[in-house]
Every structure is written in C-alpha cells, then in structure tokens.
Design a protein around this ligand. Structure first.
Ligand code: WTA
Length: 633
C-alpha cells in the first residue's frame, strides 16, 4: 500500500498534485493492488449524463486484494476479532487464512445455489463474522450484495428485495441487540410473502430461536457449508462491474438503491482508511457501525481488510449491559483506533459513566466520528473523557453515495477544530454553491456542499433508475455533484458541515426521508394527511415531529392511543428507527395556493420558534398556522 501521508506539508503537496494531475495521482494509488489485467484508461467522466468510469478496462477481484494477497505476507494475522452482545460469551477471532477459507466455503455454497456473476444477493443478518463473510463471498463470485440493516421491517425488506430482484436471502434465526432478541427469520418469512422472485433462504443459527423452515426454499447454513470444500477461485470482474447496492433514504419517494462498482470503491476505501486513521500494522481498529450501513461496508469490511488490518466487530449496543460496555471492549481487546457516531457519544455522555475514572483506555491512539455533525460539547467530552486529552479526533464527512471519507483531518497531522471536518482528502474537490448556483470562492461563507470533480469511490447510479440518479445529485447545479448538505468554509479554509438542506432527517445517525414516514403514517385508516419535519434533539441530533390531519370520524378518539397506533404503523412499515417522537393532531396543514406544504413554517414550530415564522402571506389559509402554533406538543 502507498505509505500514508506523514506531515501537513506533505498533505498540502499531495493535495495540490491530486488536483493538478488527478489521473496520475489515483493511478499511483491503484498500482498498489493486485489486478488481473491493467486498466486501459484511468478516468472517463461526464457529470451531465452522468457517467463516471474509473480504471476502465481493468480486471480484478476485490477479495483477492482483501484476502489472498495477505496470505503470502501475514496468513496468521488476526483479520477479525468478534465480540458478542453477551459479555460472558467468549470472543472469536479469524486469521486472514481462516477468513479466506470461510469466505471460499460460503462462496461455494452460493455457487451451489445457482448464484452467478451479476446476480443480486440480499443479506439480512446480525453483526456476526458470517455477515462479513457473506459480503466477501458474494464479491468472490462477482455477485452483487445488497445488505439490509437487520432493524428494518418486513415491508422495508420486501421492497428492497424486490427492487434489487434478489433470488437468494442470507439471514439468521435471530439477532441479539442488548437485552432484546429480534426474530430475523420470522421477519424474512413475512417479507417473502410479497417477494415472488426469491428461490432460496440460507439461515445461520445464532439465537436458537425456533423457526419454521419452508421445504424447497429454506436451507440451514451449517448443513450447506458441510457439503462444500474451502477452495474457491475468485471470479474475474471488470473495474466497473457492480460490487454492491445499498439503500438510502431520499427526500422523496422510495429508498434509493445506491450502486457502487468495484475498482474505484476499492481504491478509495483503502486509501482513505490508511490515511485518515494513519493506520499502523499493529493497530486494532474498531468501527462501531452496523454493516447494514455504508460505514460498516467501507470501514469494517473493505477498507480495513484491503489494508490487512485487524478489525474488531461488535454485536451489541453501547448501553448494554451498562453504559461502560464500549470502554470495557476497548480495554479488553486493546483497541487503538475507535470510530463511532456522535449519537453514541451523546448517549454515553448523558449517563453517569465517565470512562476516564473507571477504564484504562490507554491503548487508544486515535478517535473518529461519522454520520452527523458533532456538537462542540460532545467533541470536547470525547476528547477529554475517552481520549484523555491525547488522542486526535478525526471528524469524517462522507455519504453512502460517496463510498468513502471525503473531508476529514488526517489523524495527528491536520490541526483540528471541534465541529469541523477540516480539509478535503487528496483527490476530493469540494465547492460551495450559492442558492443561485454560483460557486462561492471566498472563505468565511456558507453554501451548499457540492463536489466538482469525480473521485473513485463515488456511486455510479441508483439501481434500476439512472434518471433518478441524475435528478437527485446532478440536476440542482449542472456539472456538480450535489450532496444535500449545507456547509460553511471558515477563514482558514476549514469545512464545517451544518446539516441537511433537503428533506432528509438524520435521527441518531440514520437517514430518514420525510416522505417515507409521511406515507407510512398516512396508511392509518383515520389519517387524511401528514407532514413530517425534524427538530433538534439533545441525544439523537434530530428527532421526528409529525403533524397529522385526522378524519372527522376520529373526533373524540383517545389521542394517546392514536399516537401509539401511528407509531406502530411506522415501525411495521419502515422500522422502529423511524418512529415519531412528537405527533400533533391538526385540522389542516399550512399550504401554498399551489398546494405545497410549507415545511419551513412547520420546522420552526417544531423547533419551538413560534414568534418569528417569516412570510406567511402566500399561504392559502394563514389561520391554520395560528392553530398549529398554539397546539404544539
Ligand atoms: C451526514 C454516512 C456532519 C451528512 C457515512 C451526510 C455528517 C449524511 C458527517 C450521510 C460529519 C456524515 N459531519 N455531517 N462528519 N458525516 N454526515 O449516507 O448530512 O448514512 O450527507 O453516510 O450524514 O449519511 P449516510
């Protein structure tokens, strides 16, 4: 692997070169990998179509770079250290040699079930090593994985299975999460009632919960593994062949199947892992995300394994059996790099527990955060109580769509400022645009964060809907990729992400589309229509506020009961993460004459700002605002 950047001076030099000669810069990084055939062209792009191709004409298999390559140099190095939800269950480790064998076995099972290159495989599993193996087994044979977070409802799962047209599901009997267990197989069974294309379900036994197995469709993981050997030649794929689909919420409509391809994603995740975290061969790296989200894909699976790192994988939650669990795990496994989300930090800050007093935490070298803006207070607490004042914090900004980290300090190299993601990584060209679409060139201003030049890890499309890809990301500002985020660049040229400027709400680090939640609530038989907005929440960052118009039949109904029912709908249709914290029943919504809901006003009311609501003169019925304002919950 290209050695990581070692000084601020070097960063500035490399950055400049990556802008002046982007193709030469990325080709050098890409040269470090094992290719079956060298690429013909480093980059071809057109943001109008949009079409982006990196390393086109190249051939490779990403798992050879994650696994086989390390078998020669470090077969006995630990690849995965797994820590159970239950602190008394022994941890499990896999060396690179063992992981390689397990991935090959599972890949052979996939082949025996008829999976071929290009086929989509849906993965709905707990945070166990077999989940990592599942992703890699797909990649081994050129199949496209589509991981669905195991907290999504049957309905959400079914939508994703159908959208990707997956014929095989990998799942488990159940998943442990803190004191609870979730019956994954039962959720899959319910989902499959609506998925006629699914031919097989492979079930891993984790919780020993009783399950029903449908003959001819459902197979036990252990039985199938017993039938195959552990040699599986990696299938050759092209640089631009899809590696995975991962669904993310948008401002409108159904979740989008963000599609990533192979070579560019590999180069980007590997490069950013080594540089941002200043990875050293003896590090124990722990990213607390779930593999169901992009952070897990890029920084539990691909980025670390491409670098031959030891990665810790944790099945549980930060607050079970108590608020000290993260710190216990860090001490137990001597974690040196710890990467988590602001929402986790805030929830642990709120508890009694200061790890500084009770835990050693002396193995820690570097801390990271991702997923939402980190408030200064949480940053300071993280620095002082977890890092004990001497671990640099990398506040990493990126998105499902960007594939890997885009704006972030290099640990210990870039001087940090609380709340700032600081500077773009080499190869990344951010731009701030005014609402009129003009690029803001001076510092000290706020604008809409865009990227003006392609980078290898960028998404190539939305699965099955390239038009939507263009509309969502490339139409607001022609020739720019639009992120959906607001951002300020200070006088030092440092970037501070200010939050979403579209109708996506980030609740505890999870992106939720307001339209999705509105549609779910509207399915309740007593609901006429709904408007959902986000409001600032101390622990979650943002929380969901729903304004709901009921049918006249609902008059006199028990409001608390209705609120409960509405949230049950949301849980069932999307998943518990999308539940509304506040539900206010109103007789109408503030709409313009053309029928558009004025969310700006609702957002202000939800935030508690009730006096200064701005211009309401374009409203069809300004009176409704007064009523909503008075009834705020
Ligand atoms: C937000 C997660 C501020 C942002 C990797 C982005 C952040 C969205 C940061 C993507 C950060 C992510 N500071 N905001 N360091 N990192 N975000 O797709 O709004 O789940 O657009 O990817 O999270 O969320 P996603």
């Amino acid at each position: 692997m290209t050695p990581a950047i070692k000084s601020l001076e070097e960063y500035h030099k490399v950055y400049q070169r990556s802008i002046d000669l982007p193709e030469a810069f990325w080709a050098e990084v890409a040269n470090d990998f094992q290719w079956r055939k060298q690429w013909d062209k480093v980059l071809e792009w057109d943001f109008k179509k949009p079409e982006v191709k990196w390393f086109d004409g190249g051939e490779l298999n990403i798992t050879e770079n994650c696994l086989d390559r390390h078998l020669i140099t470090q077969p006995n190095k630990k690849a995965i250290i797994w820590e159970s939800n239950d602190p008394s269950e022994p941890s499990v480790t896999y060396t690179y040699r063992e992981l390689h064998a397990k991935v090959c076995e599972l890949a052979n099972v996939l082949k025996s079930l008829g999976v071929q290159k290009g086929d989509r495989v849906c993965i709905y599993m707990p945070m166990i090593p077999e989940l990592t193996m599942a992703l890699l087994a797909c990649a081994r044979i050129g199949a496209v994985h589509s991981v669905v977070f195991a907290g999504f409802s049957a309905r959400s799962l079914a939508d994703r299975i159908n959208d990707a047209d997956a014929h095989l599901i990998l799942t488990a009997d159940g998943a442990y999460r803190g004191a609870k267990s979730i019956d994954l197989k039962a959720i899959v069974d319910e989902a499959l009632a609506d998925c006629l294309g699914v031919r097989s379900v492979l079930v891993y036994q984790r919780t020993n919960t009783p399950i029903t197995m449908q003959p001819g469709r459902d197979l036990r993981w252990h039985d199938e593994i017993a039938k195959v050997d552990n040699l599986c030649e990696a299938v050759t794929v092209s640089s631009e062949d899809p590696l995975f689909i991962l669904y993310t919420s948008g401002s409108t409509g159904k979740p989008k199947g963000i599609m990533h391809t192979t070579a560019g994603y590999m180069v980007h995740t590997a490069y950013t892992f080594s540089n941002v975290f200043q990875y050293q061969p003896d590090d124990i790296f722990w990213c607390t995300a779930d593999i169901g989200w992009v952070t897990g894909h890029s920084y539990i699976v691909y980025g670390p394994l491409l670098n031959g790192a030891t990665v810790l994988m944790f099945e549980g939650i930060p607050t079970w059996p108590n608020n000290g669990r993260f710190w216990e795990v860090i001490d137990k496994h001597k974690v040196s790099i710890f990467y988590t989300a602001p929402t986790a930090i805030r929830s642990l800050m709120a508890g009694e527990h200061s790890p500084k007093a009770t835990h050693k935490l002396d193995s820690l070298r570097i801390l990271g955060t991702v997923g939402e803006p980190i408030n200064v207070e949480a940053w300071e607490w993280y620095h002082e109580h977890v890092g004990k004042g001497n671990c640099p914090i990398v506040d990493t900004w990126w998105q499902t769509e960007t594939g890997g980290i885009m704006i972030s300090p290099l640990a210990g190299i870039t001087p940090t400022k609380p709340g700032f993601a600081t500077l773009p990584l080499p190869g990344i060209q951010p731009a701030l645009l005014s609402e009129k679409g003009e690029e803001i060139l001076v510092n000290g201003e706020e604008g809409r964060l865009c990227i003006k030049f392609p980078w290898p890890g960028m998404a190539r499309s939305i699965w099955g809907d390239h038009n939507r890809f263009r509309e969502t990301y490339f139409s607001a500002f022609p020739n720019y990729y639009f992120t959906g985020d607001g951002c300020r660049r200070d006088l030092d040229g440092y970037y501070r992400i200010t939050g979403r400027v579209d109708d996506v709400i980030i609740v505890s680090g999870h992106n939720l589309g307001t339209a999705e939640i509105e549609n779910a609530i509207d399915e309740h038989e007593l609901v006429i229509e709904t408007a959902v907005v986000g409001y600032p929440h101390e622990l979650k960052g943002f929380a969901v506020y729903a304004f709901v118009v009921l049918l006249s039949e609902a008059k006199g109904a028990d409001e608390e009961q209705l609120r409960k029912e509405i949230n049950e709908f949301v849980s069932r249709i999307i998943g518990p993460i999308a539940k509304a914290d506040k539900i206010q029943f109103v007789t109408g919504l503030p709409k313009t004459r053309s029928g558009k809901i004025m969310r700006r006003i609702l957002r202000k009311i939800a935030e508690g700002e009730t006096d200064n609501l701005g211009d309401t003169s374009t409203l069809l019925d300004p009176g409704v605002v007064e009523e909503i304002r008075k009834g705020r919950v």
